[in-house]
Design a protein around this ligand. Sequence first.
Ligand code: GSH
Length: 209
Amino acid sequence: MRLIIATPSPFARKARIALLEKAMPHECVIENPWQSGTAVPNTNPLGKVPTLILDDASVIHDSKVIVEYLETLGAAPQLLPSEAMQRIAHKQIEAIADGICDAVVLILLERSRPAAMQSADWMERQRRKVVAGTSELARLLGEREWFTPHGFGLAEIATGCALGYLDLRFPEYDWRAAAPNLRALAERLATRPSFAKTVPSAQVIPTTA
Ligand SMILES: N[C@@H](CCC(=O)N[C@@H](CS)C(=O)NCC(=O)O)C(=O)O
């Protein structure tokens, strides 16, 4: 399998962590989906990473679909619980974590526009989503070690990727002070080789009009 990634992408990181946790052999191909001439649209009509290319050349894209696909292969550990409501809890938490990342991406894109074209209102609207989403993740975790009785799984992966992305792309928001329980979760996750091997790093977002 080949996984098309970008080094800062929290969505790509989610898929990478799932592959590493399950010890599935794969190759990572680094792209920058924002650069002109990127090959990403050749495998994903939406032009986004991650994209998973299987050995028979079939393609699976969107991190949520990739993780669901990997689960069907049956390798341990199980990242999505079999029990229905716990499974929904993991997917709900993933949706919040991904939504935080979407809002940060929108802020970055706005900042990449010429200063006179940037909308402070738009960026503030996205910042509120980041803060409210993080606060909801903290509420859902509470004082527990993991979000659900299933233990480590998709919810923790998605949350860890969102928090890592905040550190990289939105460091002005001190989520550790706002949510000490998420800080403790992030510290636990950082000890896992899958997280340590996939720490995000920046790529350039070209200026857009
Ligand atoms: N829902 C998608 C989101 C993927 C996404 O937004 N990826 C960003 C990088 S962090 C991207 O490739 N953006 C390029 C673009 O939107 O043109 C997923 O979970 O895979």
